[in-house]
Ligand binder design. Structure first.
Ligand code: AKG
Ligand code: FE2
Length: 353
């Protein structure tokens, strides 16, 4: 792979995705030892919950305890906006490679085009490319469409509106979940309440693209991971690819449901709930026919706020499972320990650095 240098002369080739159009066979660098072909030994599937159901809070608590992942319908996000965001993402990833590379993430940067960040934790590369947005994507939009002001504006408007709507829904979902565990605003003061003005909650939008793959069973779209967030809302479009790891069963596909959003409990929500709600391992597989795009919205607590198991969920039989940790600290622990990050902050486990 060519090395890409910026004007600060940093070598950024470890951020650059493969030129997927230029290869007819799966390169060795992207060939995973174990096949992603799977035959789950179960008929059970990730619950689909109607948010207008009077029993919704109880259903999402049960789904979060048993699966850590569920789909929601009647969530109030306009279908038109979900489709428009998907179209904008597709338009971006269809741009010529040199255009996308103009908006490449920088070494320390958080936003822009590049490989999945978890690539650093695996020896094989993934069959995907991503684009991260935090707030206004205007700077990158001008790099992507330098001569087309109206495309820039349209892209920014859609992505900003999408983040705004996701933020509202995420807040609602988090309070539904916490309420179903018996927690209220007094127990989680740092979390934005309906009328309270609180500190800034970091959010990020991750556009994922999984190009058509010549040998999908030996490739990996996005390798197994848990999300570090409090909660993640995923718009997975109509093409399947997302799978969750279910204890005793194996990888279970999350079949796309028209208009639904996939909700995943993140590691920090798992900590806050003292282990009651699961942050489930998930991955994305690829296919030979369709270019799949997904849009993940991650919502976290204020960066420096220490998150610890809620006092109300601690008693003699349920001691605090985790030590307090801020999101900032947790992200750096995750960078080192990756899928063992939660284990590394458990009160009852010692693991080597
Ligand atoms: O594309 C998908 O289905 C999964 C995306 C995901 O897990 C992520 O962006 O963290
Ligand atoms: Fe994820």
């Amino acid at each position: 792979m060519e090395s890409l240098k910026t004007n600060t002369n940093q070598n950024l080739s470890h951020i650059v995705p493969l030129d997927f159009n230029s290869v007819l066979t799966l390169p060795e660098s992207h060939t995973w030892a174990s096949s992603t072909e799977h035959h789950p030994m179960t008929d059970s599937s990730v619950p689909v919950i109607d948010l207008l159901d009077p029993n919704a809070a109880c259903l999402i608590r049960r789904a979060s305890e048993q699966w850590g992942v569920f789909q929601v319908v009647n969530h109030g996000i306009p279908m038109k906006l979900m489709k428009e965001a998907e179209l904008q993402a597709r338009g971006l990833f269809k741009l010529p490679r040199d255009r996308k590379l103009r908006a490449l993430r920088s070494q320390e940067g958080l936003t822009g085009y590049g490989r999945a960040r978890i690539s650093a934790n695996y020896s094989k590369l993934m069959w995907s490319e991503g684009f991260t947005i935090m707030g206004s994507p205007l700077e990158h939009a001008t790099q992507l469409w330098p001569d087309n002001h109206s495309v820039q504006t349209q892209f920014c408007n859609v992505m900003e509106e999408y983040q705004k709507k996701m933020k509202g829904l995420c807040g609602k979902m988090i309070w539904l979940l916490l309420g179903s565990l018996g927690l209220d605003h007094e127990d989680v003061k740092w979390l934005k309440g309906p009328k309270k003005k609180c500190r800034h909650h970091p959010q990020a939008l991750q556009l994922n693209s999984y190009p058509v793959c010549p040998d999908p069973t030996r490739a990996m779209g996005l390798a197994p991971h848990t999300d570090s967030s409090l909660l993640t809302l995923l718009n997975q479009s109509s093409i399947s690819g997302l799978q969750v790891l279910k204890d005793g069963v194996g990888w279970v596909p999350v079949h796309p449901t028209a208009g639904a959003l996939v909700v995943s409990v993140g590691d920090l929500m798992h900590i806050l709930s003292n282990g009651r709600l699961k942050s489930t391992m998930h991955r994305a597989v690829v296919n030979k026919v369709h270019h799949r795009v997904s849009i993940a919205y991650f919502y976290g607590p204020p960066h420096d706020m220490k998150i610890s198991p809620s006092m109300k969920l601690i008693d003699q039989d349920h001691p605090p499972l985790y030590r307090p940790v801020s999101w900032k600290e947790y992200l750096s622990i995750k960078a080192t320990h990756f899928n063992r990050a939660l284990e590394s902050i458990r009160n009852d486990v010692d693991i080597d650095d």
